[in-house]
Write a protein that binds this ligand. Structure first.
Ligand code: GLC
Length: 597
């Protein structure tokens, strides 16, 4: 007997509005929802407020904010995975109280792991990932990052930075995968796939990626952060566009627009590049988000800035300020509404921006799963498995620049080993900027320093003398010197010269005076001008900013992993070679250089 389940309309499941029906195509859901929205509700979706700027969590509901971010120093009251989840879900509950229940999208800078979250694994910064020349490893690193940030409730990463850094004096060189457009493009593809999955989806470990900062952020004159990239359109396209073509082809759902300018014109107001080139020619279908109050730099008149930026093609505006400060998220909403009323910004442009945002939210499944609670993902934050992936990235990122007298690898059975330098036992130096705080506070999280890694690698009979200032070397059979840059981020890292600090050079020379082989390990966000340290070292390892898994450095030091890293950027001989916006003349070491054992 065939049982007929007669479909009786009267008894159909409760009718859901089309936009709330996940069985419908995303485009149809977005169209339906857009058609129900008031202008206020549309403009609210285009506003992204910083967590610390919110006058009250209720503002998410009052203004129907589309997004909230944690900028470099905006942390929840309790910085733990549970603390992040509680804060994000708390704001989400406000968003779901709005008339149309449009879920909020929360974002932060997961640029080398879920690096704002205490306990998360901190990966090598992009310059180190670039040095691995291993796309599969980068895919894995970003996927682990996606899992850890999703475990803490964050579904939008302001990453990958796909800058093609040309002038290594730029404070954000370490956020770039390197100086070669093609190499950065390949990394962009893998990073987007790592964050989003094969395609952005409703999967719990699929988070929205954000390629940044469009366009030419790494090519400014003198490497000045937020400065001016002066070049022909041919050069602009050749050097800086390939990573965005790759990211768009990989399905990146958002792109962040750069603070910087091209030939004197701020990117936040460049309609030709944002709309005609990126959205038109490259076919980018996601949404464009501004950088941190970047539109304020367009002119002294905020309302005019809003008009210029939105008409240029920006879809969401990152607003770090609340009422009580100029250029705040309430003023943004009021100004944009006035501009539409005055027909200075068309409703079509608003609808395009909001549709782009809504389509991403539908694709991520935010309407079906607005709360991020995934106990398995939260439990995996900082797990041994995740740390192992980061350790493999560290190993593969180290570049052997010199190895005279076969100083490396060291023997695990070495009798007396001196370890000197401020970087040997300093998780902050190891992690660099964008770690727990904007300027870098790696010491506040959990990891393994290089000294700790050495201690747990050598034989029980090895006597290790640790002397940060090298005052006491203890008649060593070898000396490991760990020096380099203290943490910085963005413009605070801009430098006019890249000399290794004099005290670091002196330390290497002091180690040299012991007569034992000297192994210098550099913790830096870019190549450094080594000066006398070059000859005073028997071996030199560029470790970049390896993150929490210092064991990966010891793996190379003692030969458990033979170095495979290749320079992602040229290594200058001196500062004079840096004067022309890129390394001029014959560099000390060329792009792609790296010694094996
Ligand atoms: C910063 C950076 C950008 C970051 C944003 C939010 O100024 O330029 O990379 O994503 O603000 O923290």
């Amino acid at each position: 007997m065939t049982l007929f389940l007669a479909f009786q309309p009267g008894r159909a499941a409760e009718r859901t509005l089309p936009y709330l029906n996940p069985a419908l195509p995303v485009a149809e859901r977005a169209r339906d929802l857009l058609g129900r929205m008031t202008l206020d509700e549309k403009i609210g979706q285009m506003a992204q407020a910083d967590l610390l700027a919110l006058q009250s969590p209720a503002d998410v509901q009052t203004y129907g904010l589309g997004s909230v971010l944690s900028g470099g120093d905006s942390k929840p009251p309790v910085n733990s995975p549970q603390g992040w989840l509680k804060t994000v879900d708390g704001l989400q509950s406000r968003a779901l109280k709005t008339r149309l229940k449009i879920p909020l999208l929360y974002g932060f800078d997961a640029v080398h792991g879920a690096n704002d979250v205490i306990g998360a694994v901190i990966f090598p910064h992009n310059i180190g990932l670039g040095a691995t020349h291993n796309p599969a490893l980068v895919l894995q690193a970003e996927h682990v990052t996606a899992e850890e940030m999703a475990g803490a409730g964050i579904r939008w990463a302001f990453a990958p930075c796909v800058a093609v850094a040309q002038d290594e004096r730029w404070g954000r060189t370490y956020e770039s995968f390197g100086q070669s457009p093609d190499w950065v493009a390949e990394m962009a593809t893998m990073a987007v796939k790592g964050f989003q999955g094969y395609t952005l989806s409703t999967n719990a470990d699929s988070v929205l990626a954000c390629a940044k900062h469009f366009l030419g952020d790494g090519g400014t004159q003198g490497g000045v952060d937020q400065g001016d990239t002066v070049c022909s359109e041919t050069t602009l396209r050749k050097l800086y566009l390939p990573p965005y073509r790759a990211a768009v082809n990989a399905g990146v759902g958002s792109i962040m627009v750069s603070f910087s300018s091209w030939n004197g014109r701020k990117m936040s107001g460049n309609k030709y590049l944002l709309t005609d080139v990126l959205k038109g020619e490259l076919g980018f279908k996601g949404f464009l988000v501004s950088d941190w109050a970047a539109i304020d730099q367009l002119s002294p008149d905020y309302k005019a800035d809003v008009e210029t930026a939105v008409n240029a093609g920006l879809d969401m505006i990152m607003i770090p300020y609340g009422p009580g400060h100029a250029d705040n998220y309430v003023e943004f909403i009021q100004d944009l509404k006035r501009l539409v009323d005055e027909r200075k910004v068309s409703l079509a442009r608003i609808d395009d921006a909001v549709s782009r945002i809504l389509r991403i939210k539908f694709r991520m499944g935010l309407f079906e799963r607005p709360y991020a609670n995934d106990p398995a993902l939260m439990a995996a934050i900082g797990s041994p498995e995740h740390r192992q992936v980061a350790r493999e990235c560290v190993r593969a990122s180290l570049v052997l620049l010199k190895n005279a007298r076969q100083a490396l690898p060291l023997s695990k059975k070495i009798k007396r080993l001196a370890v000197v330098g401020r970087g040997a036992n300093d998780l902050a130096m190891q992690c660099g900027g964008w770690t727990i705080s904007w300027q870098g506070s790696g010491q506040l999280t959990f990891g393994t320093t290089i000294l700790q890694a050495i201690r747990q690698t050598v034989s029980p009979r090895t006597r290790i003398t640790y002397s940060p200032d090298g005052a006491d070397l203890g008649r060593p059979d070898a000396v490991v010197v760990v020096v380099g840059e203290t943490p910085y981020a963005e413009f605070r890292g801009d430098r006019t010269n890249l000399d290794l600090a004099p005290q670091d050079v002196a330390l290497v020379e002091r180690a040299r005076a012991s007569g034992a082989p000297v192994v210098t390990i550099l913790l830096s966000g870019r190549p450094l001008v080594l000066g006398p340290a070059l000859d005073a070292s028997d071996a030199i390892l560029a470790a970049w900013l390896p993150g929490t898994e210092g064991q990966g450095v010891a793996d190379v030091l003692f030969g458990d992993y033979a170095p495979t890293g290749k320079l992602p950027c040229e290594w200058p001989r001196n500062n004079e070679q840096l004067a022309a916006n890129h390394v001029t003349g014959t560099p000390l070491l060329p792009l792609g250089f790296g010694l094996p054992y």
